[in-house]
Ligand binder design. Structure first.
Ligand code: C2E
Ligand code: CA
Ligand code: CA
Ligand code: CA
Length: 280
């Protein structure tokens, strides 16, 4: 039987983790996370800057452990990547995302062109059957490939560029769009951009954050936007929190906005309410 979730959680603190480390390591706790239904997907809307429509969302993992509390993805994803548990977790994210999207489409809660994006870690991407797994899952839920987007980081690609490229080409050929996540934070050269079947660039929040106060950061974003335009990429600005940032991005013709200014990551229920409200 699945234990009942209590309705209050102690928030994760490093102290609390240190306390509990002897009893249960994050790795052991993670082993049971899927089985015990402790994982949940939140969804953050992506909004068009011009018409303020919601064209899609990014699925973001949340983990609530009964003793450890809410553990942020920045803490447990790196652990799962080290241990290889990210493969199983990533498969769960893919399956769960498709399942939700199928329900939303069937109930006409989202438009046919709504795109759900998932984050994919390098270990997933270098599996020789990763693309096939994605396509099988889409097929199982009778979803068109164009309804799914894969977000990969530059460092995720660098692990094994040859295999990653092969998988991405298969995905792109099938109609799944590929986004480069956290663009600008990696150490890779720009040369790889023309090799990859990429259609979306997500400019990292660290550059957006101080854009309205730092001329340097503003110029940096402008440069990335120009390059993105030259390559015919769609640009998403991450972590947009205020009107000033939005106005600067408007001047740069940025297509999509993702950030607290429009919405934080939402539960499924809250996302559907949000979509209902903005579409009215
Ligand atoms: P990310 O892919 O870069 O996701 C964007 C992060 O920025 C999310 O943090 C989101 O909540 C946060 N964010 C969005 N808008 C704003 C804003 O306006 N202001 C601020 N301060 N933050 C904003 P989150 O949900 O904590 O996720 C952190 C990271 O964990 C993600 O970064 C991603 O790298 C990883 N992650 C989350 N879910 C998954 C998953 O299913 N699979 C994998 N492999 N990684 C995941
Ligand atoms: Ca992402
Ligand atoms: Ca990102
Ligand atoms: Ca990021």
């Amino acid at each position: 039987a699945v234990p009942e979730k209590p309705n209050t959680w102690r928030d994760y603190t490093p102290e609390l983790e240190a306390q509990l480390q002897q009893k249960v390591t994050l790795q052991e706790a993670l082993n049971q996370a899927i089985e015990r239904q402790e994982l949940e997907l939140y969804f953050q809307p992506k909004i068009t800057l011009k018409s303020e429509q919601c064209l899609g969302a990014e699925a973001l993992l949340r983990w609530s452990h009964p003793d450890l509390g809410r553990i942020p993805p920045d803490v447990f994803i790196p652990v799962a990547e080290k241990t290889g548990q990210i493969i199983e977790i990533g498969q769960w994210v893919l399956d769960q995302s498709c399942q939700k999207l199928k329900q939303w489409r069937d109930q006409q809660l989202v438009a046919d062109n709504f795109v759900l994006a998932i984050n994919v870690a390098s270990q997933q991407l270098i599996q020789s059957d990763f693309a096939q797994k994605c396509l099988n899952t889409l097929q199982r839920y009778q979803l068109p490939p164009s309804s799914l987007e894969i977000e990969v980081t530059e460092s995720g690609l660098m692990t094994d560029m040859v295999v990653a490229l092969e998988q991405l080409c298969q995905l792109a050929a099938a109609g799944i769009s590929i986004a480069i996540d956290d663009f600008g934070t990696g150490y890779s050269s720009l040369a790889y951009l023309k090799e990859l079947p990429v259609s979306v660039l997500k400019i990292d929040r660290t550059f957006i954050k101080d854009m309205h106060v730092s001329d340097q950061d503003k110029k940096l974003v402008e440069t990335v936007m120009q390059m993105s335009e030259n390559f015919n990429f769609i640009t998403v600005a991450e972590g947009v929190e205020n009107e000033e940032q939005l106005e600067i991005l408007r001047g740069f013709n940025c297509e999509l906005i993702q950030g607290y200014y429009y919405s934080p990551p939402l539960t499924e229920k809250a996302l559907l309410q949000y979509l209902h409200a903005i579409n009215d």
